[in-house]
Design a binder for this molecule. Structure first.
Ligand code: UDP
Length: 415
């Protein structure tokens, strides 16, 4: 493996995750690309140019280039408008490759269905295998819609079905996702390989919560419940607020100590802006305990995890849930919805707790139990659980998938 073309049409690896369309997929691409580059493999990531100021090529890290492809107007184009720009984007990708000698890339790895459509053509044109990671699937999302959410369009379902049929190998985060690809999308089981994602264990380390709380202006004795992620109905930050209100109704004495920290920016449709959560907090009578922070990067995010007694991941669906792993790596137990990949990311009763459904009363009970009674024991196990995951391990597995995809591709071509 000398060179990998990575396709990330709708979101750039250079963006700060935690708002808009930038989330776990961006982190996944950055971490695996830099890990590949450290092994001497060149990685070129193609993404749509969203500003006229962006250079055609930027260096993300030694050995990792980001190619900005012009496809449609730079700004003001929503994700739902991108399918109409795929032809322009693909033309830009093919043009960039055509400047090199034939066989420049060894494999093309597409992320999310929009990129899968581009990868499909690149595979044909370059005669290299296509490896695809869906990250999320429309049929799965539509089965678990939040009340405020809009269903994913049929266009996406059809597009995903095409990519599933055309890709040489499909990478799933968990066995659950692999099953969904087979059961809901009729994927050939032999084509689906499970590769768990990782966590940056150098950045997300356990630490004393007191200095973290001091920086964030939180009292040392506060009971801190945190939500970290894009503010969108699917992530259900509203469930945490409703559960916090329930906790206070049951235990009014907690009011002087409880802090609900909501970290992240708006994304998607429906309950999408922090303003809506601000209104919800006011409606629930808990404005005094809820604090909002914009998306955090670097050490600041690790500080948020360390400052929290519990990180809540109440999502209606989550193909994995990197936030859950990051919090645990910082020694903070996670209370998560028992959906998608979260039962893999969190070990129920060991490194945190899983909750069935989204009923605020049930969430209040489990959050109170973990934050007030079981925090220490779970925290110790949380670090050990998170350490079972690493981006280098993810990268090892991805490289094995690329090699396998290459073999089957050659067998097919020479058959
Ligand atoms: N994130 C961040 N800053 C924030 C909020 C989130 O960097 O303020 C990152 C977080 O560290 C995680 C990613 O965004 O790696 C979210 O990934 P996850 O799998 O939890 O959810 P997704 O965004 O993929 O739905």
């Amino acid at each position: 493996m000398r060179r990998v073309a990575v396709l990330s049409v709708h979101t750039s690896p250079l963006e700060q995750p935690g708002t808009g369309d930038a989330g776990g997929m961006n982190v996944y691409i950055v971490q695996t690309a830099t890990s590949m580059a450290r092994r001497g493999i060149e990685v070129e990531i193609f993404t749509r140019a969203t500003s006229s100021e962006l250079p055609p090529v930027a260096e993300l890290a030694p050995g990792v280039k980001v190619r900005h492809v012009v496809a449609g107007p730079f700004e003001g184009l929503g994700k739902e408008e991108l399918p109409a720009q795929l032809c322009a984007f693909t033309a830009g990708v093919l043009r960039a490759e055509a400047r090199h000698e034939p066989g420049y890339y060894d494999v093309v790895h597409s992320h999310y269905w929009l990129s899968g459509q581009v990868g499909w053509l690149a595979r044909e044109r370059w005669a290299v295998p296509l490896v695809h990671t869906a990250h999320t699937l429309a049929k799965v999302k539509n089965l678990a819609l939040a009340a405020a959410d809009t269903p994913e369009p049929r266009m996406r379902v059809i597009g995903e079905e095409q990519v599933v049929a055309e890709a040489d190998r499909l990478v799933a985060n968990t066995d659950v996702e692999a099953g969904e690809l087979v059961d809901l999308y009729a994927a050939d089981p032999a084509k689906v390989l499970v590769v768990p994602p990782g966590v940056d264990l150098e950045r997300f380390t356990p630490g004393d919560p007191r200095p973290a709380r001091a920086v964030l202006g939180l009292p040392a004795d506060a009971v801190v419940l945190a939500f970290v992620g894009r503010i969108q109905p699917l992530k259900a930050p509203d469930v945490l607020l409703r559960a916090a209100a329930e906790m206070l109704a049951r235990d009014p004495g907690l009011r002087s100590r409880l802090v609900v920290l909501v970290v992240g920016g708006p994304s998607g449709t429906g309950l999408k802006t922090p303003e809506e959560l601000v209104r919800l907090a006011a409606g629930l009578g808990i404005s005094d305990v809820v604090r909002f922070l914009p998306p955090q990067g670097g050490e600041a995010l690790a500080r948020v995890y360390r400052a929290a007694d519990v990180v809540a991941v109440p999502s209606h669906n989550e193909s994995f849930g990197l936030v859950a792993l990051e919090a645990q790596a910082c020694g903070t137990p996670v209370v998560a919805a028992a959906v998608g990949g979260l039962p893999v990311a969190v070990r129920d009763g060991v490194s945190g707790a899983l909750v069935d459904g989204h009923e605020p009363g049930a969430w209040a009970r489990v959050l109170a139990e973990v934050a007030l009674l079981r925090r220490e024991g779970l925290a110790a196990n949380a670090v050990g659980h998170a350490r079972r995951f690493s981006w280098d391990r993810t990268t090892d597995s991805l490289l094995a998938v690329y090699a396998q995809a290459g073999e089957v591709f050659r067998e097919e071509v020479f058959a």
